[in-house]
Write a protein that binds this ligand. Structure first.
Ligand code: PLP
Ligand code: COI
Length: 348
């Protein structure tokens, strides 16, 4: 245990936290200059001062990650599969011609930011978590369309509550978007800001229809499910199979990959990763959920497509048994309440 682990917790109403930025004391920063990463350090300034020509600002040369730290019943602080986030940032950096953040630097940045802000890590049983946002941005003077000469890797943290506000498992609704999120050979499978700015309008339009979020179909045929604005999709079919889209234009969600393993190994379900033809198959959906670090597992009660709502388990008002079991398993492992058979948790 480090020194910081003895500092008293902040006096916050943990159970009431929403999903928003709350400043904490420390963030980790490493700079890439002249082809080399600096060692990296903890700093207190939550502002970044960059050149007005920075490629991150004009040409979206940037990527980010999202993961959580949670407190176990015995007080240990646990991350969930952080090496998968490191790998996904590595892939995004490669795609956007940015230098890779070595896994050791990524993990150390995350661990140092978490430890230094120990007082802000929600206690066990509060239902809240410490959200961790690593980011890599292209900075420095520039005008033409070319890669930045300097880069900043930063990790900040913020205590958060549920992404979709509700007591317990939130049942959400999705509206199919007429706008596309990602082209088949575009950048949809990378966690880069450019994918999200284009989705803001789709989210707003979906919310005007009364949905929580937009649901995107594949851009080529507008037939197959891709994903929601901030989460992947999983479906428990009436025939007992457990399915997720096979699209390569969606973010390879760490949560979804873990849920598929749990559905197969713990619930004994037949899992499939394949194209899901929404209009043809929607009547076969028993339970649907959106999943991700922020969304965790949020059952989808209904989906709006072609001018009508289609509802699933329990008239779209409640979580079904499959998603409830998967939620309990996933969150139980993440919070150190259940045995970590798969070796997914990482103690800070
Ligand atoms: N899809 C999108 C577009 C996301 O932004 C996220 C959030 O990170 C996810 C899926 C879920 O990914 P993960 O489970 O790795 O958080
Ligand atoms: C996450 O789930 O970690 C995300 O990055 C989604 C984001 C839109 C909050």
């Amino acid at each position: 245990m480090t020194q910081q682990f003895t500092t008293p917790k902040k006096d916050l109403n943990w159970a009431e936290l929403g999903f928003q930025y709350r400043p904490t004391e420390f963030r980790f920063r490493a700079l890439h200059r002249n082809g080399q990463w600096s060692d990296g350090e903890l700093i207190t300034d939550n502002m970044i001062s960059v050149h007005e020509g920075a490629p991150a600002l004009h040409y979206a040369q940037q990527c980010f990650e999202g993961l959580k730290a949670q407190t176990a019943p015995d007080g240990r602080v646990l991350l969930f599969r952080p090496e998968l986030n490191a790998e996904r940032m590595r892939q995004a950096a490669e795609r956007l011609l940015m230098p890779q953040v070595p896994e050791a630097l990524f993990i150390r940045g995350v661990e140092e930011a978490v430890r230094a802000n120990y007082a802000w890590i929600p206690p066990h049983g509060s239902g809240a978590a410490l959200y961790i946002r690593p980011m890599l941005i292209g900075v420095g003077e520039n005008l033409g369309l070319k890669t930045a000469k300097e880069f900043e890797f930063r990790v900040f943290v913020s205590p958060v509550g549920p992404y979709y506000k509700s007591a317990g498992l939130a049942v959400i609704s999705l509206a199919v978007s007429d706008l596309d999120r990602a082209a088949p050979a575009g950048t949809g499978n990378y966690k880069i800001g450019a994918n999200y700015a284009g989705g803001l309008l789709a989210t707003r339009l979906a919310q005007e229809l009364g949905a929580n979020e937009a649901l995107f179909l594949d851009a080529r045929e507008r037939r197959y499910i891709d994903e929601a604005g901030s989460a992947n999709i999983v479906v428990a079919m009436r025939d007992g199979s457990f399915v997720t889209p096979g699209s390569n234009a969606v973010l390879p969600s760490v949560t979804r990959r873990s849920i598929m393993t749990l559905a197969e190994q713990e619930l004994g379900m037949k899992i499939e990763q394949r194209a899901i033809d929404l209009r043809k198959e929607i009547d076969q959906f028993e339970e649907v959920a959106a999943c991700g670090t922020a969304a965790v597992i949020s059952p989808v009660g209904k989906i709006y497509i072609d001018g009508q709502w289609h509802s699933f388990y329990g008239e779209g008002e409640q979580a079904g048994p499959v998603m409830q079991k998967l939620y309990n398993l996933l969150v139980g492992i993440q919070r150190g309440e259940l045995e970590d058979k798969f070796g997914w948790t990482h103690e800070v």
